[in-house]
Design a protein around this ligand. Structure first.
Ligand code: ATP
Length: 238
């Protein structure tokens, strides 16, 4: 009994109306791992994360977190159990300040001291956010907004951090900074599920990777092995 996996999906199927986006996804993340899910546009990467975080419902299959069945847990509850989801396109609140955005991430925390400590920690990762506390989220650069979105997720001190295309639209140097932070969070024990179209960079930092195609996992393996796989090189690393 009891699996070592912190997160495990078994045969997960997800539909949007009649459209089947996930056709039986099996994947797991072990404690302390960075796992990446790569695939082209429309393959089902975002849907996988949304299904885990409870934004969309799994019609079939199961999702376990720390051995507990969370298949039907709604989104506002998955964040409470320890899973954070940084969505594609960041989705920060553009009219709210950096500080207000971070406070929204800590919505369920009543203890002001805890909030303060967490915010301090976020500023250690992203000093830029501290410098811009009162700036409106919407006026930040793309990279800063990504930092804010990750910072907001960190306010809940998650055990599993799910990131949906954090590199999207960002300059290479900013992507490097974001990936460095992801590695740092992982070194401190956080398990990471990273969705990326930027397969090279994702596989580079990942312990393991999965390739998803039209709602199905078609390949899985150790990050560095997948990087040298010819099929992957042709499809995603060209
Ligand atoms: P991208 O990198 O373009 O975001 P993705 O791999 O994240 O792609 P998903 O967004 O998960 O792909 O989409 C998987 C499939 O589900 C696609 O065929 C998409 O058109 C469909 N889909 C996604 N969201 C919806 C929705 N709200 N309503 C209907 N179909 C949807």
């Amino acid at each position: 009994m009891g699996s070592a996996h912190i997160l495990e999906l078994k045969n997960v199927e997800t539909f949007y109306g009649k459209i089947q986006a996930l056709k039986g996804i099996d994947l797991y993340v072990d404690k302390g791992e960075i796992v990446t899910l790569i695939g082209s546009n429309g393959a089902g990467k975002s849907t996988t994360l949304k299904t885990i975080s409870g934004q969309v419902e799994a019609k079939k299959g199961s999702i376990h977190y720390n051995g507990e069945d969370i298949t039907s847990l709604p989104a506002h509850k998955t964040s409470l159990v320890g899973i954070a989801h940084v969505p594609e396109g960041r989705r920060i609140f553009p009219r709210l300040s950096v500080k207000e955005n971070l406070l929204i991430g800590a919505f369920s925390i009543k203890d002001k001291k805890v909030i303060e400590t967490r915010m301090k920690r976020v500023f250690e990762y992203f000093p830029r956010l501290k410098e811009r506390l009162d700036q409106k989220g919407g006026t930040m650069s793309g990279g800063e907004q990504q930092m804010l979105a990750i910072g907001r997720a960190l306010m809940m001190k998650p055990d599993v951090l799910m990131l949906d295309e954090p590199s999207m639209g960002l300059a290479p140097i900013i992507v490097e900074q974001i990936f460095d932070i992801i590695k740092e969070l992982n070194n401190e024990g956080m398990s990471i599920l990273l969705v990326e179209q930027n397969a090279y960079q994702a596989l580079h930092i990942a312990d393991r990777g999965y390739v998803i195609q039209t709602g199905q996992i078609v390949l899985e393996g150790v990050g560095t092995e997948l990087m040298t796989n010819r099929q992957i090189q042709e499809a995603y690393l060209a």
